[in-house]
Design a protein around this ligand. Sequence first.
Ligand code: ADP
Ligand code: MG
Length: 681
Amino acid sequence: MLDRQVESLKYVGPQRAARLKRLGIYTLEDLVWHFPRKYEDRRHLEPLARLVYGEKATVQVTIRSWEERVVRPQLKIFRALVEDGYGQGYALWFNQAYIKRQLPPGTQVFLTGRVGHRYKGLPVLQVEEYEVLERGDQGLHTGRLVPFYPLTSGLGQRWFRLIVHLALEEIKGQVPEILPSFLRERYGLLSRYEALRNIHFPSDEEALRQARRRLKYEELLLWELGLQLNRSLREQSQGIAHTPDNTLVQQMLAHLPFRLTEAQERVLGEILKDMESPRPMARLLQGDVGSGKTVVAAVAAVKAVAGGWQVALMAPTEVLAGQHGETLGRLLAPLHIPVVVLTGSTSKGERQVILSGLATGQLPVVVGTHALIQEGVKFKRLGLVIIDEQHRFGVGQRAALQDKGEVPDLLVMTATPIPRTLALALYGDLDISVIDQMPPGRQPVATYILSPKQREYAYRLIRRELAQGHQAYVICPLIEESETITAEAATAMADKLQREVFPEYRVGLIHGKLKPGEKEEVMQAFRRGDVHILVATTVIEVGIDVPNATVMMIEGAERLGLAQLHQLRGRVGRGTAPSHCLLVAGGGNEARKRLEVLANTQDGFAIAEADLRFRGPGEFYGTRQHGLPEFRLAVFPDDIRILERARKDAQKLCSEKFWKSREFEPLYRAVLDRLERLESS
Ligand code: ADP
Ligand code: MG
């Protein structure tokens, strides 16, 4: 029943079914798991008589009659006399000729809009949204908390509500409970079906809260059980015992231009020990921007190569892959270990050479992007997989690279400051190493907040630094999440800086719309010092390392989160020269106060926490961008208590022979199901 196709529902034809598929909805089950994004409280509708000029309101009315007026050829007003049982008023539409046909006199309709000036002594609503009420509709679209869904074009809210409602009726009594009853009782959780029903059509706020609580717990328990399952599978499987001989590793360390910090030494110890053990390694290396993760990864790579194994390092962007390729190449050159780079823009000929070198085992180390997980890429003896900025990849992509070997060791790296408790719970299948110390000689990046009027000051400071042979970044504000428009703005800014402000220097430009080859070229020029000022969109955020750059100027800083600004700021202060971060921000006092956190601390964790305070719960950890897995309902840190409970319960369940017990079979199957879906994502 649950896996019945949506087409089998009344009101769902082939065309709408196709649109539903775009939302990932194929079956009735998919449909009822497509949750509302918000609810509108339609229990308290405004009587017409109480409408207040200038305010927004929703009313439920009956259309009585229409009048139409042509103001200018381009401006037609359609005005309906409406009635709500207590009084009358007018509803107003502009230029929408079809509206009269859609809403003939007698139609009952919901209208949402802004209250305008009175007309003939009656209140007027300028309609923004309307929704027709049909007989039998009562109870779905009105007089209740009404759900609104994330939909795609061509699908209406009313229709969607209706088919969800139908689906819920159809599957009644057929939604199996997967939580063991003792857990449901312990926490007083709704049944699975009740929860699904109430998340779509809650009778009141409390019902909604209970539905959410149940479904969040379920999704987090499944997540935690999945982690446990993965971990126990890994612990049982035979991995690679890398050579305990560290001669080559010592050689490499001797060639480093610096000494490792204590923190680097410590995590390296953890990693090398893991690698020597026959148990497969799965380790998360966490460390603030600039803490020196790359060199640690390079040492791990050398250890693998010393025993005759191959190493693959995957990074999320071509620029970053290119940079890592260069860094690793330099670090490994004294040992005569070649490093190659494979990305989408590697030439065909070169690609052939690399592929065959990897297949024969002649090439020991490859750095690349997603290009590494393509079909044609084969390894002779892949022994270590390293993933940088791991949150930019899906679980499936991580697994795809690992599948290129037998059971290679895995090292994933992240600069995202996630509080430890949360990291433990969310990445419970990984062991965690933290570099909690910066290389010596780093000076805090002096951070200033400027108003747009003080831009001249920023330019003076940049000029002073350039005169001393340093380089600068200028970051363009993000415009409406549109990469194209942002890229255009960046281009305009680069032009202006080059022509009007810094004609005597070279200004380079990098943004998301450039071809990968072009990006790499600009980055190379900046690294060589041929480009003095790099104008960039936030693409620069991930991992760029040019120690000679000492100024980071960020336009429109008020639009970015503190954690993201911290990442950007981390691009400077990488050498021993004092560095500066200039935040140009509009947006008044509130924005300024938030940015002051950055001026006052360099500690990524403190900044992450402050970000949270300022942006309000739910926003900060809401998206994958911030380095956490995405959940349907749970948001962090709001739901950290549910997560921790789920984690404890999962541990307990597993110790109770969960995998074998009959009682837990539905839950076990749900876990496998979820894992499978993750792997294929
Ligand atoms: P991240 O952890 O952000 O990836 P990187 O690995 O890019 O940081 O390192 C940042 C910079 O610090 C690099 O230029 C690197 O060469 C340098 N670095 C790393 N470790 C040390 C150290 N122990 N002492 C001095 N400089 C170091
Ligand atoms: Mg890095």
